[in-house]
Design a protein around this ligand. Structure first.
Ligand SMILES: Cc1cc2nc3c(=O)[nH]c(=O)nc-3n(C[C@H](O)[C@H](O)[C@H](O)COP(=O)(O)OP(=O)(O)OC[C@H]3O[C@@H](n4cnc5c(N)ncnc54)[C@H](O)[C@@H]3O)c2cc1C
Length: 321
């Protein structure tokens, strides 16, 4: 669904907006919904290139017996928000946010600036999927990363786990509980799998191929189903699904501009109410932790961040001591 551009590109609305939500994935949309229902004016910035914009169907999100495409879930969220005229969208890439809780915040994008009294960061992460011609076609259809999301549908199938660390070896071992047809491909110059994990893989009968990906063959007549991965060394590895365990980078450029504290993994540090180290700034979704990257967690954290931001916006006389 198309979303309206912000009608207030210069931030000329008196007092700016109550809340700027940076990121329009499940976390940001959930935050916007809760804030809207508190009667807050919300401006959602989103570039539409996140984890929730690939081809996957979510089958572990409660309430959708047949599963739901993540893009459809986003569309439904935008439709739900359309009922609240005080929520607006801007399809802009935010390059920075400055300010503080006392003076208010300034959001910068596309050469313009917007004023906001609070900020919710929901910018997600960038996956390091293996890159080969047309790799994006396969993401969410036969190229995955998460056993909780896509392990069950691939039980008994041929799975190629791609990664060169103990994390990849661990995922291969975990997937082994769903299928014994697993091969691990390092896809790296180095093989950093420890001897302990190498021994476990060997004992489970999981072959390790130390080579790099040259290209992929799609299954004929299908859209986005992988048939084989071809390596630079000339191997042809037939598969039904690829699980990429090559990591992800949190999208923290805006958080760093604000001076928000990051944890030792490089994710935004939050407390149980999604408050960051900067007063008036909240964070939700994949950006807050290296694990539990799920739609359910993003939706919960977005709602929690919104409640905390809303409470922050009340004048002191409305708050119990
Ligand atoms: C292949 C695949 C399969 C998955 N399957 C499942 C599943 O079955 N079940 C499940 O629960 N989860 C699944 N996930 C994980 C799930 O998609 C994520 O946990 C979820 O999308 C996180 O939501 P988020 O809002 O934190 O981030 P995202 O969905 O990544 O949204 C972040 C948004 O922020 C925007 N953004 C980032 N930086 C800026 C900026 N500077 N300015 C403006 N906008 C910005 C991006 O454009 C993006 O739209 C899957 C993920 C992938 C990749």
């Amino acid at each position: 669904m198309d979303v309206a551009a912000a009608s207030d590109p210069e931030g000329s609305e008196p007092g700016g907006t109550d809340a700027a939500v940076i990121g329009g994935g499940p976390a940001g949309l959930s935050a916007a919904l809760q804030l809207a229902r508190y009667g807050r004016r919300v401006l959602v910035f989103d570039t539409g290139h996140g984890r929730s914009t690939h081809h996957q169907t979510n089958r572990n999100y409660l309430g959708f017996p047949d599963g739901i495409a993540t893009t459809q879930l986003r569309d439904l969220g935008v439709r739900q928000l359309a009922r609240y005229p005080h929520v607006r969208f801007a399809r802009h890439h935010v390059i920075g946010v400055t300010g503080d809780a006392t003076q208010g915040f300034t959001v910068r994008a596309q050469g313009h600036a917007w004023r906001a009294r609070t900020v919710v960061l929901a910018t997600g992460v960038l996956d390091h999927f293996p890159h080969f011609p047309d790799w994006q076609t396969y993401v969410g259809r036969s190229m995955f990363w998460c056993i909780a999301c896509d392990g069950y549908e691939n039980r008994g199938r041929r799975i190629l786990v791609v990664g060169h660390t103990d994390a990849a070896a661990g995922e291969a071992m975990q997937l082994h509980s769903l299928t014994d047809r697993i091969v691990l491909l390092t896809n790296s110059r180095t093989n950093e799998i420890s001897s302990r994990f190498a021994g476990r893989l060997a004992a489970a009968g999981v072959p390790v191929v130390h080579d790099r990906i040259k290209g992929a063959e799609g299954a004929e007549g299908t859209d986005g189903r992988l048939a084989a991965i071809v390596t630079r060394g000339g191997e042809r590895l037939e598969l039904d699904a690829l699980f990429s365990i090559q990591g992800a980078t949190p999208e923290t450029a805006v958080a760093r501009d604000l001076g928000v504290r990051l944890n030792r993994h490089g994710y935004v540090e939050v407390d149980t109410e999604q408050c960051t180290s900067v007063a008036g700034v909240y964070a939700a979704g994949d950006i807050t932790a290296p694990h539990s990257h799920q739609v359910s967690a993003a939706v919960h954290e977005g709602a929690q961040a919104a409640s905390a931001a809303n409470y922050f916006l009340y004048p002191p006389e409305l708050k119990a001591p």
